[in-house]
Ligand binder design. Structure first.
Ligand code: UDP
Length: 197
């Protein structure tokens, strides 16, 4: 078994290296449905216990990685071993770095307009293997949302990253799962703010 159940959430026991390899394999595939990755911290685990909608989202996710030392420790208390934290930011950086060998296209959703625009410029500069095919900030009305989801649907990026807070990003990906024609989508928390400095 490469997962462990912690308070109802099935966590991956993979290392960061193995997780990145799995995602790169997914990026190389041509015929797979959207892979919804969740990097879950203890807050999400607790919220999923009390929120049936969030529980359903978590149950349907394709991979849940331990984003927080609390999850690693909880595994230990259960007599299991999770080798390390696998956080959204670290994973994002590893995937962006990997684009040098394995180029991919990216759509960037979330954060305020200035942060979104700046992080896109920095990613373009820093990671030449990444082609950013579209972006939208994280503050939108229903009409704007429908328009940029249609843009994602049409552009079919390899990856969609979503900074809408947690569990805002997870809910958003789940809501649009059938229209996000991508290979991987995941919530990246405050990563765009970190990248934009
Ligand atoms: N965010 C957003 N729209 C929202 C809520 C949050 O774009 O409606 C962005 C926020 O600007 C930040 C990121 O989501 O870039 C993470 O937000 P926060 O740190 O509040 O979330 P956390 O991951 O800590 O829950």
């Amino acid at each position: 078994m490469d997962t462990i159940n912690i308070l109802g959430v099935s966590f991956s026991k993979r290392t960061m290296d193995d997780t990145v390899k799995l995602l790169q394999k997914q990026l190389a595939s041509t015929d797979k449905p959207l892979f919804h990755l969740i990097t879950a911290n203890p807050e999400i685990v607790m919220a999923a216990r009390n929120n049936p909608q969030l529980r359903e989202i978590v149950e349907e996710a394709d991979l849940i990685t331990p984003d927080g030392i609390g999850i690693v420790l909880a595994a230990k208390w259960q007599g299991e071993h999770i080798p390390e934290r696998v956080t959204g930011y670290d994973m994002l950086v590893r995937l962006l770095e990997g684009a040098k060998q394995q180029p991919f296209s990216l759509y960037v959703v979330g954060a305020d307009e200035e942060t979104n625009a700046k992080s896109v410029e920095i990613i373009k500069d820093r990671y030449p293997g990444v082609t950013i095919v579209g972006r939208h900030n994280g503050f939108f009305n229903a009409e704007q949302e429908d328009a940029f989801v249609a843009d994602i649907e049409q552009k079919r990026p390899d990856m969609v990253i979503v900074a809408l807070g947690a569990p805002g990003a997870e809910k958003w990906i789940y809501k649009h799962k059938s229209r996000i024609k991508a290979k991987i989508a995941f919530g990246v928390g405050g990563s765009l703010d970190v990248i934009a400095g």
